[in-house]
Each structure stands twice: as C-alpha cells, then as structure tokens.
Design a protein around this ligand. Structure first.
Ligand code: CA
Ligand code: CA
Ligand code: CA
Length: 371
C-alpha cells in the first residue's frame, strides 16, 4: 500500500515534471525586463546614490538594437522587452550649465529570464581636448558613384591652442585578416598622412580653442561635380594631397602629406573603417602577410600611447572590429546607407567615452566647420 502510494506520488511528480517541460512557454526573444539603477559615485549628489534623470543609452553588439531611457525618481529605468543578447549600456548625466558630466558604461549579457536587476556605476568624465568631431565618408551621389567629398573634422574643446605639427591622420586596413587588434600595443594603419613640422618642436599648425578644423580629401566645391547633395569643401582648412597619385593639389589650401608609400589619396571606405589621429612622436613601418593578395604588404604601426582619438564606423552592428576596444569599444554610423550624404558627428563637443556607438550620431546634412 505504502509502496503503491510512493509510486503514485512519483508518477504524479514525473507527470508534473514532464508537463512543466512541455508546457513551459518557449520564451520569446523579447521578454526580458531589466531594472537598471544609475548610481553616481562622483559625489556630486553626496556619496553613492542612484540618481533621477540619468539618460540610459542601450545598444546591442549581437543584433540591431538601440534605445534611450531615463531614470525615474527612484534612480532606475525599466528596460522592457529586451531580446536575449549582449548589450552595451551607458548611463550619463550631462549638466552643461554647471559644466560637468558623469558617465558610466557596462557590458551585459541578457539571457532568457523574466526580470533582471543591474547597476551602472557612474563617475566624472572630463572633456577630451582634441577629438575627431565628425567623419563624412558615405558618399553623396549613387548614380555617379560620387564619394570624393569625404572629410574629417577635428575639434579643440580645451581652453588652449593645440599645435598639430607632426600629428598623423591614419586609416586602418581590413585588420582582422592581418593581426588581432586586441593582441597588439599598436594600431595598424594603411593610409597615414602627416601635418607639416615636428611634434612638440615646430609651431605652424594651430587649432585654437573651440575651433573646428576640416581636413578634406580634396578641398573642392563638390556640388559642381557630384550634384547638390555633395559637400562644398572649398573652404576646408587642410587637404590630403598625394603627389604620387593622380591627386589634385588645390592652391591655397595647405596639404597633409603621405607617410605611407601608397599612391592613393586618403580615402575612406563607404561603410566600414576606422580613423585615428596620433601625435606622431613614434611610429614605424611594419610588414604583414595579407592572404587576400597572397603577398607581404607594407603598413604602419601606430603605438597606442600616441593615439589621441580613434573612431570606428560601420553600417552593420555585427561587423568585426578593426581597432582595439581600448581605442573605441563601439561603432559609429550603424544603419547608415552608402551615398546617403549623411555623416557621423559627436553628440556633444569634446565628450569622448571611447565608445562611438554612444558618442556619435548620424546627421544630415554634413557640417564641415560647424556643429
Ligand atoms: Ca586629395
Ligand atoms: Ca593643396
Ligand atoms: Ca561638423
């Protein structure tokens, strides 16, 4: 009798277990809710405290997802309906009146779970003196394949003039085929152009406080060649000029000159590349095998400690990173289409969290020399 009762109980348990297994709802991808606290550690609000009014920016590195939230009076925001995946989260509070910003970031893997609670710790983030403020790369006229109006804009958010003599402007190559960017203490560059002069010695290339510098691939009025959506760069401050190539040297616009021995103008891929500026204090040629051409090729190694700012952009969020996350943990320009005449620009002048997903936004029209 007793044995039968035990067996019956077991059968019921087994049945329950099976029915649970069968009937457990296959959790849809988007059913996770995350309660996220934004905790300030800087002391602006008096000790560690979860703060109201912090902006929470969320993006995924595993699927197309970007959203913005704000914390309520209990210091948290509820991020609803998150699909399973990996997210980068930034909490920020920017007080332009009182001129401070507190930021925090974290990477989070969201699995299949009904409710999660997490915290982002925030601390002071100072404004970076010299930044890449805008990159315009995607082209302006598909019918003419016109993308020659590319440019890079620099900005000085410090109260002092910065001398760019000897500084380098660099563009990567398709790095994952050649080196592991996380394993090296240099960034691999393919196009490297230099400002005239010598770093820390000569003083000929100033960028004044709050000044924008436009570095044009060709300092021409491109509306005349590519159409009305293209950018007039006739007022550019500098232009990239390669005397080895069939490049046009606009008189009156000073030139950035190639250090790399490629006969090409400084050009940027229309959907995925990285751009970095370095002080030029140290660099060297490096030779690597490239399986795409089955040959050794010449590159330039830019030591990470000389790099002032680096930005990677890509239209696809799951693109393989070209540069180390120590320079840029994210990607600017996600979702941008080729020939859309849009550019990526820093959201806030001089604010650099080393994650371009959060630091940059897509803008139209491009804004050479202004923000
Ligand atoms: Ca040029
Ligand atoms: Ca020129
Ligand atoms: Ca601009």
């Amino acid at each position: 009798m007793r044995a039968r009762a035990v067996i019956t109980a077991l059968i019921i348990l087994l049945a329950l277990a099976f029915s649970c297994g069968r009937e457990r709802p296959s959790m849809p991808d988007g059913e996770n809710n995350l309660r996220l606290y934004a905790v300030d550690t800087s002391g602006v609000f008096g000790g560690w405290t979860a703060i109201e009014g912090a902006t929470i920016r969320v993006s995924s590195s595993t699927h197309q997802f970007a959203a913005v939230y704000e914390t309520g009076d209990s210091g948290f925001a509820v991020l609803e309906g998150l699909a399973a995946g990996t997210y980068t989260i930034q909490a920020e509070l920017i007080n332009e009146m009182e001129d401070y910003s507190i930021l925090g970031q974290k990477e989070l893997s969201v699995l299949y779970g009904p409710q999660l609670t997490d915290t982002v710790l925030m601390e002071f983030r100072s404004f970076v003196p010299l930044t890449i403020n805008e990159i315009y790369y995607c082209g302006c006229n598909r019918s003419r394949f016109y993308w020659f109006d590319q440019y890079i804009e620099l900005y000085n958010s410090s109260p002092d003039t910065i001398w760019l003599d000897g500084y380098l402007v660099c563009r990567n190559t398709n790095i994952p085929d050649i080196i592991d960017p996380e394993a090296e203490d240099y960034a691999l560059a393919y196009y490297v152009y230099a400002f005239p002069g010598e770093t820390g010695v000569t003083r000929e290339c100033p960028i004044a406080p709050e000044q924008f510098l436009v570095l044009a691939c060709d300092a021409l009025d491109h509306t005349a060649y590519g159409g009305s959506w293209c950018v007039d760069l006739s007022g550019a401050d500098w232009e990239f000029f390669n005397p080895l190539g069939s490049d046009y040297d606009v008189p009156g616009v000073p030139n950035l000159s190639p250090v790399s021995n490629e006969g090409n103008d400084f050009s940027m891929n229309l959907s995925h590349a990285a751009v970095y500026i370095a002080t030029g204090e140290e660099w060297e040629y490096g030779y690597h095998y490239d399986e795409n051409i089955n040959d050794i090729k010449e590159y330039i190694h830019i030591p990470l400690w000389t790099i002032v700012d680096g930005v990677e952009y890509a239209s696809n969020t799951d693109s393989q990173k070209y540069i180390t996350i120590r320079m840029d943990a994210g990607l600017a320009g996600i979702g941008m289409g080729k020939y859309s005449a849009q550019s990526v620009q820093r959201r806030l002048l001089g604010l650099d969290s080393d994650n371009s997903t959060f630091d940059f936004e897509i803008v139209f029209p491009p804004s050479p020399g202004w923000h």
